[in-house]
Design a protein around this ligand. Structure first.
Ligand SMILES: [Zn+2]
Length: 148
């Protein structure tokens, strides 16, 4: 068997604020997030398959990540449910694309959340290998299945 890792890169703009944090990130601010999703599987050996020689179609991985992560979080605001969320609900024009989550919206917690989402959606025989999320050019977090 030929185990191969397949990666797609994505980018999205998102604002967040870290609840009760003792630094500047307590304030609402934004990032251009750079996301890399890597899956692992065996190459398809069936000569009759339209996907011969692939682990999975790059296009399928793109669709899964785009529909379930990028399209949801791009140009949105991610906030902890510990914030005073009434304000955001009242200011609907400004905060239409707001996600109130039950976790502190750090890059670390975002990759944990993304891993859970993607693991439920990947085709059988394809395993999530890792997720890398750049919050800035110099700062990123990584989630690896083998670390869990
Ligand atoms: Zn930030």
């Amino acid at each position: 068997m030929n185990k191969i890792r397949v990666t797609k890169n994505f980018e999205f703009e998102m604002a967040h604020a870290l609840h009760n944090y003792d630094g500047l990130c307590r304030n609402l601010h934004g990032h251009t997030y750079k996301l890399s999703v890597t899956v692992i599987g065996n190459t398809i050996l069936d000569e009759d398959s339209k996907k011969l020689g692939m682990v999975l179609d790059f296009g399928l991985l793109k669709t899964i990540v785009k529909q379930n992560i990028v399209d949801i979080y791009d140009h949105s605001v991610l906030l902890s449910d510990k914030e005073d969320t009434e304000y955001f609900e009242k200011e609907k024009m400004l905060f239409k694309r707001t996600h109130i989550v039950d976790f502190q919206p750090t890059a670390e917690n975002m990759v944990i959340h993304f891993a859970k989402t993607l693991k439920a959606l990947l085709p059988e025989n394809i395993k999530l290998f890792s997720i890398k999320l750049h919050e800035t050019t110099n700062s990123y977090v990584e989630w690896y299945e083998e670390d869990q």
